[in-house]
Ligand binder design. Structure first.
Ligand code: KG4
Ligand code: ZN
Length: 338
């Protein structure tokens, strides 16, 4: 059969990304991360849109040239319709629509969160694709959900955060500890060198499969204020132990919920996705769960965990196979549930 070439565009937050796929194989996966937001300790939406505008043409050119594919060989354009920042989404959406019109090829809209999940179906050596049904936990700067995946596009959200997202908790607590934005990866690195049992932070009591991280955030704030009052410079001196103790608490929270989800659904195949699934502690706990509880776990390759366009491309590929094509009058959706 003739292979299908898809160009995918992702611009939902602060990364401008493009990828080219040949069926389920990734030929190129290019990301321009916007450094500008580091100065502000968080993503500034207006600046993000402007940077996307600057980056989108070079990023797409690079993706095509790395894949050694010409525009004329493409079979479809996939793009992130939402959820995300409206101004950021508009850049990718408008560009995708124009390209689809210019090349007279189908347009395929993709839900970013479905992309994080279907990233597990990218063909990779030494990576097994999950079989249906499986449980997916999407953990990122904007989302914290547990989803039962019955089929590629048949997904039921069975648990989610009632307040902050898990990545937000990492970023906000890390900021309190003086770490640069985004704090998640820094906190993770420090945690690996610290004593996880040195300090105790509260595990919230939330019913069902839902999460809450605002209590943990408040507990970290009070802890830091109290310790600094007693001994100036305490946080800096004990940073590794504080990070390790924080990370241990987060791992306890997510593993408790996953155990509950497995028990309630009877499904013991568990996959993770989203930026926070790059976390070493969460990855480790999940790997251990294979031996400890007999689960089969799926942990994506590092480059497919944080925002990328390859995950949009693989989702577009499965939609293409189902002939699920998007009309050209489509518009971005900042809030986009499925
Ligand atoms: O999926 P993503 O790239 O963007 C969103 O859709 O939000 O996720 C970004 C989030 C940020 O909050 C970042 O701090 C967090 O993922 N993150 C991590 C790690 N790497 C990225 N959090 C904890 N440990 C990490 N190693
Ligand atoms: Zn994401």
């Amino acid at each position: 059969d003739k292979p299908i070439y898809i160009l995918a565009i992702e611009s939902s937050c602060d990364d401008t990304a493009a990828a080219v796929l040949k069926n389920d194989f990734v030929l190129s996966n290019v990301i321009a991360t916007q450094k500008i937001h580091e100065n502000y300790g968080g993503v500034v939406p207006e600046l993000a849109s402007r940077a996307h505008q600057q980056n989108i043409v070079p990023v797409i050119h690079e993706a095509l040239s790395k894949a050694q594919i010409s525009k004329e060989q493409l079979d479809a354009i996939a793009f992130t319709r939402g959820p995300g920042l409206m101004g950021s989404l508009l850049v990718g959406t408008s560009f995708a629509k124009s390209l689809s019109l210019g090349l007279s090829i189908p347009l395929i809209e993709v839900n970013h969160m479905q992309g994080h999940i279907l990233a597990h179906f990218i063909a990779e050596e030494n990576f097994e694709k999950p079989t249906f049904p499986f449980i997916a936990m999407t953990i990122s700067g904007g989302h914290t959900q547990i989803i039962l995946i019955n089929d590629y596009f048949d997904m039921d959200v069975i648990g989610e955060t009632l307040d902050d997202a898990i990545g937000e908790a990492y970023d906000k607590c890390g900021k309190m500890m003086g770490l640069p934005y985004p704090a998640g990866p820094h906190l993770d690195k420090l945690a690996q060198k610290g004593d996880p049992d040195r300090f105790a932070f509260p595990v919230p009591n939330v019913s069902g499969l839902d999460f809450s991280f605002s209590g943990l955030k408040t507990a970290v704030r009070y802890f830091i204020q109290k310790q600094e009052k007693t001994e100036a410079g305490f946080v800096e001196k004990n940073l590794e132990d504080i990070c390790a103790s924080f990370q241990k608490t987060v791992i306890t929270i997510v593993m408790n919920k996953l155990k509950k989800a497995v028990k309630e659904t009877g499904v013991s195949r568990v996959a993770i996705g989203g930026g926070v699934s790059a976390n070493s502690g969460i990855r480790g706990a999940l790997r251990q769960a294979e031996a400890n509880y007999g689960w089969k776990t799926f942990i994506p390759k590092f480059e497919y965990t944080t925002d990328n366009a390859a995950m949009i491309g693989i989702t577009g590929y499965y939609k293409f196979l189902e002939n699920d094509i998007t009309s050209i009058d489509v518009s971005s959706k900042s809030r986009y549930t499925f």
